[in-house]
Each structure stands twice: as structure tokens, then as C-alpha cells.
Design a protein around this ligand. Structure first.
Ligand code: ATP
Length: 366
């Protein structure tokens, strides 16, 4: 094993750069992936997620930096010499082969005997609950069944790492959730490392052990879903998650365990334990999540402001109320329909919102 890798990592990216002409698709990315870990890579379109995955697969070579797979530096090593199959959104199944032949394909390429190929392919088809379709053409399968063929085809070679590029994005919502649980239990049962690129926060946060958030070729944050959700590192991550209300102000005075912050919409208190390496007069940015905002018809509350309703959106059992502060900042409040039912939530009406100073999280990267 390479001495730069920690004992438990199976993947290491060391200052990896990928340029296409003058464009930095990936700009000095460093991270390691643990053996048997489910890592999701998220970020807005064009942030470099797929390029990162393609470099792991050997479909792109880094312009600079090193990639290690299971202790071996793999820069320049061809795709077919790596143990990193990939499952694509498009699935890329061979339409002219049957289900069984599709699954056997990788084994055939590796020179595995026909008898062993058939036995291993059937074992995987059974595991993916599609053995009954073994002799069908790909065109005769549903979206979810095709997905299972693609997984069987990738896993039949028993790789240590499986790369997945938005594999569920073409499925409808119901099937997506079902396939999420198939993928999760498959990954846990097999103990294979999954590297999963997605746009979908719900997919990443429900399945992954850790999530990487990328923007413009760089990593903004890497951590467990809970860490990222509760403690986003900077404004980009907080905005990307979409559920946080962001406030910026200056530290004005410290009383007991609270700092007072002067912000455009008023003075707010914040737990001093959350403010590190800052002094009076310094700027701080903190967030309060939409579900931690309290709302009343009127009246002034400590740590509160008056807002104007802009609109409301139903999200299953809850609703999100979009409101605007006097300084024009947009905030979100998420509550059950019951909690909103006693309030006038028509656009233009005024409401009083407040929050607990202990529910603020200071963005350390700001
Ligand atoms: P999406 O979610 O839209 O798939 P992404 O995060 O996967 O985006 P990448 O496909 O990795 O993004 O692309 C990162 C950047 O590199 C983009 O600006 C893209 O236009 C550019 N890029 C990717 N592949 C190439 C290529 N083969 N030639 C030139 N530029 C490329």
C-alpha cells in the first residue's frame, strides 16, 4: 500500500487537476475514500463531479496530481486494466445482446470460461431478482429492470469499487426510492466501495456515508450528511442545501454566553460558543434552518423580526412559507400545515418570526 494512504482508504486523490483547454474542470482536489464506504459527490451542473468519476474509471487522465486505487498509482492506466466498473444514467446496455449476455460481457472480456460465465451471470441475475428475464432482449424490460441488469453487469466481476453516474435520474419518483433501497442494501451486503455522482440531495443524503459538495472544480465541504446539513462550512454549501436562512452582521458586544450581532434587519443574539476566532466588530455569517424559525401573527419577540409573506409552497405534510424582511432579505419558514393554519399566510400579510439563539450555526468559512 502507498505510504501516503491511510490504512483504510481504497481511493486517494492527491492534488488532482483536470483541464480541458483553459478550463479547470477539476482544480486541486484532495480526498480519500474508505474501504466499503458509500461516498456521494454532489454539486451544481458543470462543477466537475463526472470528470472526477471519469478519472477514477480511467476514462480521463489527470492533468496534474495523482490517483491511487487500493494503494496503486493508476495515472495513465487504462479503463480495462482497472477494477472500477461504472453504471451510467444511460445504462449503456448492449441492445443486440440478451439480458444474460449483457451480464456475461465483462467476464467474457476477461477470458472467463463459458461454464463459469453462465454460472456467475445467473447468480447475479438471481441476486438482482431478474433471473426470469435472462433470455429477454433489453428492449423488453422496464426502466427498473434495466437498472438491475446494469448493476448485475457491473458487479458480476466482483469489483472492489463501483462508480455510479446519476444512475437513477431517469426513473420516476416511486421507482427511484425503491432502487435507492436496493442500492443501499446491496452496498452494505457486499461491502463494496460506492462512488455515486448525483444532483439529488435526497439520494445523496439518504444513501451515502459521506457526501462531497463540489463547486467550480473544487471541494466546498466533505462530511457525513448530518455534518453537512447541520454545520455547512460556508455560504455556498448553505445555499446549495436550500433550507437555511442566512444572516450577516457585525459582532457588537458579548454578554454572558451570548454575542449580540448587529445586522441590517436588527440585533440578534447568538451562542458565543459557536463563534471562534472572532472579535468585536468582526463580520459573522450565521444560518437558522427553515424548520427552526418560529412564527406568530404579530408582536415583537427577542431575536425576532417582522416579515412580509411572499408565497407558500406545499411539501407533503409540511409547507414552506417564503417571506421577505424589511431590508429585502428572503427567508423560509417550514412548518406543518396545522402550525400555519392559525396565521394569515396570504401574500402581503405581515408576520412576526423569531428563533432560539442556540439554533444558529455560524459559517466558519465566511
Ligand atoms: P453535470 O452535472 O452537468 O453533468 P458535472 O459536475 O458532472 O456536470 P463535468 O461533466 O465534470 O461536470 O464538467 C466540468 C467542466 O468541464 C464543465 O465546464 C464542462 O463543460 C467541462 N468539460 C467536461 N468534459 C469536457 C470535455 N471532454 N471537453 C471540454 N470540456 C469538458
Amino acid at each position: 500500500m502507498n505510504d501516503q494512504m491511510t490504512t483504510n482508504s481504497i481511493v486517494k486523490l492527491d492534488s488532482v487537476v483536470k483541464k480541458f483547454g483553459d478550463i479547470f474542470a477539476v482544480e486541486r482536489v484532495d480526498f480519500e475514500i474508505g474501504r466499503g464506504e458509500f461516498l456521494a459527490i454532489m454539486g451544481s451542473s458543470g462543477c466537475g463531479k463526472t470528470t472526477t468519476l471519469r478519472m477514477l474509471a480511467g476514462l480521463e487522465d489527470p492533468t496534474d496530481g495523482d490517483i491511487y486505487l487500493d494503494g496503486e498509482r493508476v495515472n495513465g492506466k487504462a479503463t480495462w486494466d482497472r477494477d472500477t466498473p461504472m453504471v451510467w444514467q444511460s445504462l449503456a446496455l448492449f441492445p443486440f445482446l440478451t439480458v444474460q449476455e449483457n451480464v456475461e460481457f465483462g467476464l467474457k472480456m476477461r477470458g472467463v470460461s463459458k461454464v463459469e460465465r453462465i454460472e456467475r451471470a445467473r447468480r447475479w441475475l438471481e441476486k438482482m431478482q431478474i433471473l426470469e428475464f435472462a433470455n429477454r432482449n433489453i428492449s423488453q424490460l422496464s426502466g427498473g429492470q434495466k437498472q438491475r441488469v446494469a448493476l448485475a453487469r457491473a458487479l458480476v466481476t466482483e469489483p472492489k469499487i463501483l462508480l455510479l453516474d446519476e444512475p437513477l435520474s431517469a426513473l420516476d419518483a416511486h421507482l427511484k426510492v425503491r432502487m435507492q433501497s436496493v442500492l443501499s442494501s446491496l452496498q452494505k451486503d457486499l461491502g463494496i466501495t460506492f462512488v455515486y455522482v448525483t444532483h439529488s440531495m435526497s439520494e445523496a443524503f439518504s444513501m451515502a456515508d459521506r457526501v462531497v459538495i463540489m463547486s467550480r472544480g473544487k471541494i466546498e465541504q466533505i462530511g457525513t450528511p448530518q455534518e453537512i446539513y447541520r454545520e455547512p462550512r460556508n455560504r455556498f454549501v448553505a445555499e446549495f442545501l436550500g433550507s437555511a436562512n442566512i444572516f450577516t452582521g457585525a459582532l457588537s458586544r458579548k454578554t454572558g454566553v451570548y454575542w449580540t450581532i448587529e445586522a441590517p434587519d436588527g440585533s440578534f443574539e447568538i451562542n458565543a460558543g459557536k463563534v471562534t476566532n472572532k472579535n468585536e466588530g468582526d463580520s459573522v455569517t450565521f444560518i437558522v434552518s427553515a424548520e427552526n424559525m418560529n412564527v406568530r401573527p404579530t408582536g415583537s419577540q427577542p431575536n425576532g423580526i417582522t416579515v412580509t409573506v411572499v408565497g407558500e409552497e406545499f411539501v407533503g405534510a409540511t409547507a414552506i412559507l417564503f417571506v421577505e424582511t424589511e431590508s429585502g432579505a428572503e427567508l423560509k419558514i417550514q412548518k406543518s400545515h396545522d402550525e400555519f393554519s392559525s396565521l394569515d399566510t396570504r401574500p402581503g400579510s405581515k408576520l412576526a418570526v423569531h428563533w432560539d439563539p442556540d439554533h444558529c450555526h455560524v459559517l466558519p468559512g465566511e
